[in-house]
Ligand binder design. Sequence first.
Ligand code: SAM
Length: 285
Amino acid sequence: MTSLPIAEALQTLPSLRLTVEAHGLMAKKALGQNFLLDGNITAKIINLSLSKQNKASYAGDFVYEVGPGPGGLTRAVLSHDPRKLTVVEMDERCIAIMEDIKSKVGDKLSIINGDALQQNFAELDSAPRHIVSNLPYNISVPLLINWLKDIKSFASLTLMFQKEVAERIMAPINSKDYGRISVLAQLNCRIIKLLDLNPECFVPAPKIWSSILLFTPKEQPLSAAQIKKLEHLTTLAFGQRRKMIRQSLKSIPDIIAKLQSLNIPETYRAEQLTPEQYLALADII
Ligand code: SAM
């Protein structure tokens, strides 16, 4: 490791494009690889995320990055002085790139060669913890659901999704995009869209646009039992979203009386219930 301050040490790294060339990093579709090689964009993502959190840096905080790839976001996070950044990556070629960065920044960077779906970040370090990721698109929703279930462990999630997935997450009631993930995400978090990125921002360019969302936990996180019941309820309701809820929820004992007690019309369809109404119903089933 060099003895330079982090920002200067990062300046001694080759550009992202040269890094990709030197490591022969051809993107693999199976790993959901679309790389961000423009340092201005990765810096903008992290700057926007921090400013929306009223933070000037990550000083004192632990950050986790899923799928660092060639390291654009990795560099941007490191330049904002985290207590430690831990990256989790499945591709050995990207691990080699992370080792190069580690040779410059030492213990500020911790590298895990593995599957992010198997990783429990809350076990690794103390709070405050942040997750940052340009997510592999094929596992973006399962990863988000894992983190939402444990949202009290995190100060923020800054995540890039395919634009249509981001729209589902933020969808309002009475829209075609409103569904299970909207209910779960909106009950647990305040969600802000930071940026839309066009396909040309990535190498290789995907067919569709991407969006970066910032999630910050609401004060009252849901309990594990509430989340379990919500998942059950929303699976039933949205599994038959064209049907009235008196039909789609009929396997729940006394459902008509329970809906009446909450003043929810039994003739509603899944997309007409607010996230708060789903929660109220989950609390009495
Ligand atoms: N962060 C980089 C960027 O913005 O240029 C790469 C983002 S790319 C969309 C997704 C990254 O996730 C790839 O580097 C890929 O190898 C990695 N990845 C895919 N599946 C993974 C998994 N299950 N666990 C950890 N990393 C994974």
